[in-house]
Design a protein around this ligand. Structure first.
Ligand code: NAD
Length: 507
């Protein structure tokens, strides 16, 4: 067995352990093996990183956008060069299938870096002409950006934050999840190789309540972009309030998938079932946009639910390294206990488990992964829309099934939680799908699709799912202060001055 890797912080261009010497153990959740140790950073480390970022801000923000974009593209080149190593690390750190890390996480991380490198060049100056003159909107980078990311899509979401921040001219202190820190460490090493100026990108590892909280509270942090749980988001919003730091929060969800009768007709049944399976179970259901409540029009309940249960039963749960694996391990044994207890609670509330429902026995798993945290795709029906499993985020391979009779009822159920992240509508009648989409109180609605992303389009949630948007110009604008610079028209200024002088002479 290889020795665990030693992860270090990147502060002012140099690698260092936590100042107090403490570290956090990082495990492969599929095997239970210790694979790395990460710095358990203190407020002292955070302070050093923020000071380094503050010192690097002016020269970085004054570089032409092309030069900042070139740095991001060089970093993307290095991740691309080492994509195999990155995919293996992401799979090992999270338990997700290696094939998924290959097809989704790593290509998307590369795309994030390249997208914002290009997007910053396209940002035309916003200007308005009128008889009084020309009003321009100048966007000035805010300063030091705190970028805090979760464990479910580690490199994908870390780059989704640091790329627009750096492109916009901010300097960064990143705080990756302590649960899955390896690819952020690899990225920090590539950033040094890519020649990022010292202090422009700092990466501090550690626990949320210690280093994360210190970062959020630091007076020299200008803005915070956070993706994670709703309760953490609330505590970050409170910590940011006294200094009025700008905050973007991407939080949890309880996303509905609405299946209309025409999408379950024999010729469409297979593709709708495949779409729902992807929406509910990708990444073991640990994507914030996963569909966790499947609303099915009652007239096709039997056909649709029957086909969905059959397909869920066929999904292969097992070794993330096996190319045939559909679902790997959950992020940890502790998280598995949370998921299992939510399912037990659903059963106590009257729910009926149609497939899955409890941890996969070790004896059913391949030898290499018998200590892993494997939970099967699980579908539950017979629960009222207000039941806990229909209201609280479970963040595992668990979805509920709820019948509806009318569109009004589907909309009321879909909108009937405190969340508002995303939803999907599955219907062949496009006009009906559009009408439903317009009534859903969420940041994104997918029609006959799920997680199809155009990076130019804003993404984010409302209510307890968050505040603000990421993606495209919205992301670049988040990291900058809009300042109006108004040039008075020559004639207008002279006319006003003359009027003023005349008025003055009269008084
Ligand atoms: P989490 O809130 O526990 O942690 C997220 C990050 O915040 C980690 O880096 C953690 O160290 C840090 N953190 C924790 N406490 C902190 C504090 N007090 N101050 C500052 N930082 C702190 O979330 P998680 O368990 O890593 O991720 C799962 C959650 O993330 C789920 O709820 C999921 O829905 C959500 N999520 C949302 C989106 C989205 O785009 N809306 C995307 C992915 C995940």
């Amino acid at each position: 067995m290889a020795a665990p890797s030693v992860i270090l912080n990147l502060i002012e261009g140099s690698f260092s352990p936590a100042s107090g010497g403490a570290s956090i153990n990082v495990y492969d959740p599929a095997t239970g093996q210790l694979i790395a140790t990460a710095p358990d950073s203190t407020a002292h480390d955070v302070d050093a990183a923020v000071e380094a970022a503050a010192a690097a801000f002016r020269p970085w923000s004054e570089l032409p956008a092309t030069a900042r974009g070139a740095h991001l593209n060089r970093l993307a080149d290095l991740v691309e060069r080492d994509r195999e190593e990155f995919a293996q690390a992401e799979s090992m750190d999270t338990g997700k299938p290696l094939a998924l890390a290959h097809s989704m996480d790593i290509p998307r991380a590369i795309a994030n870096l390249r997208f914002f490198a290009r997007e910053i060049l396209d940002g035309d100056l916003e200007a308005y002409e009128s008889a009084q003159g020309r009003a321009e909107v100048h966007r000035r980078p805010l300063g030091v950006a705190a970028c805090i990311s979760p464990w479910n899509l580690p490199l994908y979401l870390f780059t989704w934050k640091i790329a627009p921040a750096l492109a916009a001219g901010c300097t960064v202190v990143g705080k990756p999840s302590e649960v899955a820190p390896i690819t952020a460490w690899m990225l920090a090493q590539r950033a040094v190789e890519a020649g990022f100026p010292r202090g422009v990108l700092n990466v501090v590892h550690g626990r949320g309540p210690l280093s994360g909280a210190a970062l959020v509270a630091h007076p020299k942090v200008a803005c915070i972009t956070f993706t994670g749980g709703t309760a953490t988001g609330e505590s970050i919003a409170r910590a940011a309030a006294p200094d009025f730091k700008r905050v973007a929060l991407e939080l949890g969800g309880k996303n509905a998938a609405i299946v209309c009768a025409d999408a379950a007709q024999p010729e469409h049944l297979k593709s709708t079932v495949e779409g729902i399976v992807r929406a509910a179970f990708t990444n073991q259901g640990q994507v914030c946009h996963c569909a966790s409540r499947i609303l099915v029009e009652r007239t096709v309940w039997d056909e649709f639910v029957g086909a969905l249960v059959l397909r869920a039963r066929q999904l292969k749960v097992g070794d993330p390294l096996d190319a045939a694996t559909d679902l790997g391990s959950l992020i940890s044994g502790q998280h598995l206990m949370k998921v299992a207890s939510a399912v037990d609670g659903a059963v106590r509330d009257g729910g009926r488990v149609l497939v899955g429902g409890s941890r996969i026995e070790a004896s059913m798993l391949p030898e290499r992964v018998r200590s892993g945290a494997f939970f099967p795709p699980t579908l539950i029906d017979s629960l009222a829309p207000g039941a806990r499993a229909n209201q609280e985020e479970i963040f595992g391979p668990v979805a509920t099934l709820i019948p509806f009779d009318t569109d009004a009822e589907a909309i009321a159920i879909a909108n009937g939680t405190r969340f508002g992240l995303s939803a999907s509508v599955w219907a062949r009648d496009e006009a009906r799908a559009e009408r439903l989409a317009q009534c859903l109180a969420v940041g994104t609605v997918w029609i006959n699709s799920w997680m199809v992303r155009d990076l130019r389009v804003p993404i984010g949630g409302i209510r307890s799912s968050g505040l603000g948007r990421e993606g495209g110009l919205e992301a670049l604008h988040f990291f900058a202060e809009p300042v109006a610079v108004v040039h008075g028209a020559r004639g207008a200024a002279i006319a006003e001055a003359e009027e003023g002088a005349e008025a003055g002479a009269r008084t």
